[in-house]
Structure formats: structure tokens, C-alpha cells
Design a protein around this ligand. Structure first.
Ligand SMILES: Nc1ncnc2c1ncn2[C@@H]1O[C@H](COP(=O)(O)OP(=O)(O)OP(=O)(O)O)[C@@H](O)[C@H]1O
Ligand SMILES: [Mg+2]
Length: 325
């Protein structure tokens, strides 16, 4: 439990690079590196529409990153590209030093719909994933791994239930257990709690946060819920409206790693952060789409810490955008 997420350690890269000393993430720190990706679709008339282009984003190992932006800006597309479910029209994604090509058991996806196999029990659903990871493992080991993952999400005792016998929250837990059971390097979550009632959502957020802090899991999660992002994320990526959406800025969460949901609103920086995110969604996601601030560099989107009211100058690259909450 005491294991801190690596992001809180300000590791300076062992390999000198152009970002050294700038406060930006060094190449050595980049566990996931989205490098100049674009996604275009053909439209009638032989032209194409650009959902986004020249999109850059890097994540450290063990970081929990949330992406927020209005519907249609391309969040799911980014996640699908990270998962290897679709290829970018341009650019590349590097994970742990290797360009990705297609899906991998190292990158588990949790969708909003849990997509369980209805004819299999909870244990069967999770064991199926485990056996695809460890194909030659003896049955007893597969079952033991599956049971451990099921217990982690609080479903011990429900191993033999079928999905039809589970509530929405329980099904989503099975989806999370299934993803965790294969011990992925990266968890990709697309609005995983949005279909749940508030109480279940809160409980599952607590569990996901606990599991991620304990295991040091690297997570990329899409959400529309500002409070969910504040509670879960180490950094929050803000996307402008589409088409041609951009990473407007990356907001560093100033709240302590040991977060208590009931006390969050007393934490220094909480209201500044929340106001900043809401202001972004209400106005800046649209106005920034029309015109990014002079000097905006898509390769190094501004990093903002609303807690201090101003971005940390050391974290900024070229001239910063309008950034007050
Ligand atoms: N196969 C496709 N052909 C054409 N356009 C597509 C296709 N798939 C997605 N798009 C477009 O790409 C854009 C981004 O879609 P995406 O699903 O990534 O958005 P999103 O940010 O996840 O939205 P939401 O918040 O509603 O889930 C949308 O405008 C969508 O219409
Ligand atoms: Mg989506």
C-alpha cells in the first residue's frame, strides 16, 4: 500500500536528451510515448476529415493519466490506437522502447460495456483471460490466478455466478478482474464507470485507485467526470473540441497520493483544480480550438498546476497559453 507511484519521484533521466533540465519528461522517463499521431477518415467527395493530427503525449511508468474532452474530440480513438485496435494514419506509439503493432496482452482494455462471455461463470471469464496469457500453465495455477484477481475486486464468493446473475457494478468488477489477471503493463479504460449508479461508481473508483497504487499499474483512462479525474489521476490531459482536436494542456494534480475521497475538498489546490477543469470544459475547450495561444507547441503541450494559480514556469516550454482558472 505504501508503494508510491513513480510519478511522484522526479526521476531525472539517465540518458541526456534535449528535454534534460527543462522540467519536461526526459526520454528515459517515457514509458508510453505517443509521437505525432494523426487519425483521418475519408468523407464523401473524396476528401478526408482529420480527427486529430500531430498529437504527442508521454506517460511515466506507474502514472495514472485521465483524458478529458467533449464528445467526438477523439478520446476513444487515442485509446484504441494505444491498445493497438486501430492504427494511426500518421505517427507512432512507443511502449517501453518498442513501437506497437496491433494488440498485446501487455495492454489490457476495460470498456464501458464489460463484454463478458455470458455462458461462462465469473471464474470462467477471468480464467479464460489468464489461460490466454499463460497458455501452458497448469489448470490449478490458472484457477489460482483467476481467483486472486476476483478477490482483488471484492468478488470472492461469486466465482460461480454467471454474468446474468450479476449487477452492473459486479459485471464491471469482473471486467476489471479480467484485465488485472493478465498482469498487463498498461491498463486502458474508456469511461469504465459511466454506466454505474453513483454509489457503485464511488466504490469501484476506490478499488481501482487502491489496486493501481498498490501494484504501480500504468493507467490511461477516459472520463467525462471532472471529480473522477481529480480523485484518480496524477495528470489530466485536456483535449480541445474536435475536429482537429489538440492536447490543450496537461494538468498536474496537486493532491497527495494518499487521497481520501471524503476529505478531498479540504486539500490545498482542490478548488483551483476543479475550477480550472470546469472552465476548460465550459469555455476554453471551444475557444482554444479556434485559436491556440501563440507559441503553442503540440510536441510539448503546456503543463499546468492550478494549485498555485499559475503554471510552474520550470514546467513550461515556449510561451504558455491562457491558463488561469
Ligand atoms: N469509422 C469512422 N469513420 C468516420 N468517422 C469516425 C469513425 N470512427 C470515429 N469517427 C469520428 O471520430 C471522431 C472521434 O471519435 P471518438 O469516438 O474517438 O470520440 P470520443 O472523444 O471518444 O467521443 P465520446 O466522448 O462521445 O466517446 C468522431 O467525430 C467520430 O464521428
Ligand atoms: Mg469515446
Amino acid at each position: 500500500m505504501s508503494k508510491l507511484l513513480p510519478f511522484v519521484r522526479r526521476v531525472s533521466g539517465a540518458v541526456p536528451d534535449q528535454n534534460a533540465g527543462t522540467g519536461r519528461m526526459s526520454n528515459a522517463e517515457k514509458f508510453i510515448s505517443i509521437e505525432g499521431i494523426a487519425r483521418r477518415y475519408p468523407v464523401p467527395g473524396g476528401r478526408t476529415t482529420t480527427i486529430f493530427e500531430n498529437l504527442w503525449l508521454a506517460m511515466r511508468r506507474g502514472e495514472f493519466v485521465c483524458m478529458i474532452g467533449h464528445s467526438g474530440c477523439g478520446k476513444t480513438t487515442v485509446l484504441n490506437i494505444l491498445a493497438g485496435l486501430e492504427a494511426p494514419s500518421e505517427g507512432a506509439v512507443i511502449v517501453d522502447g518498442q513501437g506497437i503493432a496491433g494488440t498485446s496482452l501487455d495492454r489490457a482494455v476495460i470498456f464501458q460495456g464489460h463484454a463478458l462471455l455470458p455462458w461462462r461463470s465469473v471464474l470462467g471469464n477471468v480464467a479464460y483471460a489468464v489461460s490466454s496469457r499463460w497458455r501452458k500453465a497448469p489448470r490449478a495455477e490458472i484457477e489460482a490466478r483467476a481467483r486472486r484477481a476476483i478477490a482483488t475486486v471484492g468478488l470472492a464468493g461469486s466465482e460461480h455466478k454467471r454474468p446474468s446473475e450479476l449487477s452492473g457494478g459486479m459485471k464491471q468488477r469482473v471486467g476489471i478482474a479480467r484485465a488485472l489477471s493478465i498482469e498487463p503493463k498498461i491498463l486502458l479504460m474508456d469511461e469504465p464507470f459511466s454506466a454505474l449508479d453513483a454509489l457503485t461508481r464511488g466504490t469501484l473508483q476506490d478499488e481501482v485507485r487502491r489496486i493501481c497504487v498498490e501494484t504501480g499499474q500504468t493507467v490511461f483512462m477516459i472520463t467525462h467526470d471532472v471529480d473522477e479525474a481529480i480523485y484518480l489521476a496524477d495528470r489530466i490531459v485536456l483535449m480541445t473540441n474536435g475536429p482537429e482536436a489538440k492536447v490543450a494542456e496537461i494538468v498536474e494534480n496537486p493532491l497527495p497520493t494518499n487521497r481520501d475521497r471524503t476529505q478531498l475538498h479540504h486539500a490545498p489546490g482542490y478548488y483551483a483544480l476543479r475550477n480550472h477543469l470546469i472552465d476548460f470544459l465550459v469555455t476554453r475547450s471551444r475557444t482554444l480550438r479556434e485559436a491556440m495561444p501563440e507559441g503553442y507547441d503540440p510536441r510539448h503541450p503546456p503543463i499546468v498546476r492550478p494549485s498555485s494559480g499559475e503554471p510552474d514556469a520550470a514546467e513550461l516550454g515556449p510561451p504558455p497559453p491562457a491558463r488561469r482558472a
